[in-house]
Design a protein around this ligand. Sequence first.
Ligand SMILES: [Zn+2]
Length: 257
Amino acid sequence: MINYTERIALLMQDIVSRTPRLSFIDLSEVLVFARFGRSEAEGAFATCHCLTLPESEPGYFFWRDRTTGELTRRGDTSIKYLISFVIPRFCDQVLERTRKADLYPGAEPWIAKLDTVVHELYHIDPEESGIRRFVRADGTDSIRTHGPQFYEEVAEMVRAYLASKPDPQMYEFLNDDFAALTAKYGGVVSTTFRNFPSFPQRYMERLEMPPADCSVRIEPLKPLTQPVLYTEQDLHIRQFTGSRTNRLARKGQGQAA
Ligand SMILES: [Zn+2]
């Protein structure tokens, strides 16, 4: 079977190594995982989730090594970003009759997927302050994370990447839609979180506050429905079919939850 998120992560490595504007990205700090989403339904193809809010932020959530308490993943690197791909929707993305088509006249349909991969990488902020912000033409900071310029810059990077003559094996898998991948490889698997279809979310935490002014009404927080700590143990490989997913047992591990 083809491990789709692993193939995307390898492709990202190649893109980052050939794209000066993305060369600051350390992919050991980026985790690629899959979410489920039907191809026929409206919705995102991929999302960049940022974990680089300061630790002092009440909304901060993090990835902590269970034994050392360090903020780590596989070794000694903090995870700063999660990038999710929606399967099978991403695999079935086309270029025709989309906004992207104008940016890639005459290009093959799979270029739309390469565009999405570069797009998500471009959201990673070189200042490590979260999701990249854009500067307006007058030099002021825009709170928007996308503007027409964003899409054009992504397309420039996609064209430059292909012009750098990468090994076609790096991106060939983008050529197949979900049905073709399933037929060719006997199945599509991807990294997911144990609590699939969920994944790490921002959460709120109760803070000790001085006695409130009695005119201020204090609402209790809803109990958390999500873990606040995720570790490598929470990663599961799942098989995606067109309509559902199945958990696969990991080598050397039982089915224990
Ligand atoms: Zn975006």
